[in-house]
Ligand binder design. Structure first.
Ligand code: HEM
Length: 319
């Protein structure tokens, strides 16, 4: 098989640099997740996710991150394939290869992490993209719509429900259009009012159920259908996934906690080898500091994975 010719060390340097970036990302991600442990009904974590979901620099960073994950996987697979093609005949005796056992595991732990990421994205990231259904929340201040307020005021003054008011408006409008022709514009106006009425009913329902964050800044527990409605009728209301609630709900399930904990062990094995390996590839490892870099790699991997695990376990224990 003819693969494009890039020197093996260049590919290794790419893998190391991309991996280094991903190592920093997991530390950041694990630290941010600790906010889920605050008993503030998600005020801090929701504010953090809101910032991450709306800031343009973060959005660029997100694309770069996903690109780096894809490149890291591609380069690793390519490196593995070229190495394999370079030695079509396997070692006759098992154990003759001088490769460190940790690096042999890198490929398998990498595949498991990739499988985990597919599941993890289906649980969270794809919810943000709108590809998978989740639970949503919307800022109360973003629901202050002029037309909706006027409709409520008018209905109040006329001692009617907003629905009765719209029915009456529709009746008068159709009587008027019967006499004057062209009904399209009025139909559109009435349909718009009905959509707003649907939003009002949804918000009223949330009030009755007391679906608020503790600081009453967010209306929570909105369904996918609620989100669609809000996006159509009040696009500027910008409903967001309620990741605080979704993380807490996920870790109520002992199977999920176990699955995540197994993954953190796999991640630990992958990471503890990744840091010293990246240093070596970049020529920053030597006889003098080799051991220290190895230990730092292990501590780093341990701290990150323990932070991830703390969230899963403590949420499960209700702490
Ligand atoms: C306790 C464990 C974890 C929790 C609670 C968690 C939670 C989340 C949440 C809520 C999101 C969506 C955030 C957003 O898009 O604004 C997310 C995204 C993501 N997670 Fe995790 N995660 C955990 C572990 C991990 C691990 C171990 C990895 C990597 C191996 C990982 C990699 C990612 C990536 C790449 C994204 C997409 C990028 C981003 O949106 O930041 N996560 N995670």
């Amino acid at each position: 098989m003819n693969l494009p010719k890039i020197h093996s060390i260049s590919k290794k340097i790419c893998v190391a640099l991309l991996g280094g970036f991903l190592l920093l990302f997991v530390l950041f991600h694990a630290s941010a997740n600790l906010l889920v442990l605050r008993h503030d009904d998600g005020a801090w974590y929701s504010a953090f996710c809101h910032f991450m979901g709306t800031n343009y620099i973060v959005k660029v960073f997100e694309v770069v991150l996903l690109g780096f994950i894809a490149l890291h996987i591609c380069f690793t697979a390519w490196l593995w394939l070229t190495n394999r093609l370079a030695r079509p005949v396997r070692y006759h005796q098992a154990g003759r290869s001088k490769t460190h056992p940790g690096s042999k595991l890198m490929m398998w732990t990498g595949i498991l992490i990739f499988a985990f990421l597919v599941m993890h994205f289906c649980q969270f990231y794809f919810v943000k993209m709108g590809w998978v259904k989740g639970e949503y929340m919307v800022k109360v201040e973003k629901l202050q719509d002029e037309e909706m307020m006027q409709m409520m005021q008018m209905a109040n003054q006329m001692d009617m429900t907003p629905e009765e008011l719209i029915d009456q408006l529709e009746e008068s409008a159709s009587a008027y259009t019967d006499e004057n022709g062209d009904a399209a514009e009025t139909d559109e106006y009435i349909a718009g009012l009905r959509d707003k009425l649907a939003v009002m009913t949804m918000v009223q329902h949330a009030y009755e159920e007391n679906n608020f964050s503790e600081d009453r800044q967010w209306i929570r527990h909105l369904t996918y259908e609620d989100r669609q409605l809000l996006r159509e009728v009040l696009p500027e209301s910008d409903p967001e996934p309620d990741f605080y609630f979704m993380v807490r709900q996920l870790f109520q399930n002992p199977i999920m906690v176990l699955l995540y904990l197994i993954m953190f062990v796999v991640l630990f094995i992958h990471m503890r080898h990744a840091l010293p390996s990246a240093f070596q590839t970049l020529g920053l490892n030597n006889y003098k500091y080799g051991k220290a870099i190895d230990v730092i790699g292990q501590i780093y991997a341990c701290v990150v994975c323990l932070m991830f695990a703390a969230v899963a376990v403590l949420v499960y224990l209700g702490l």
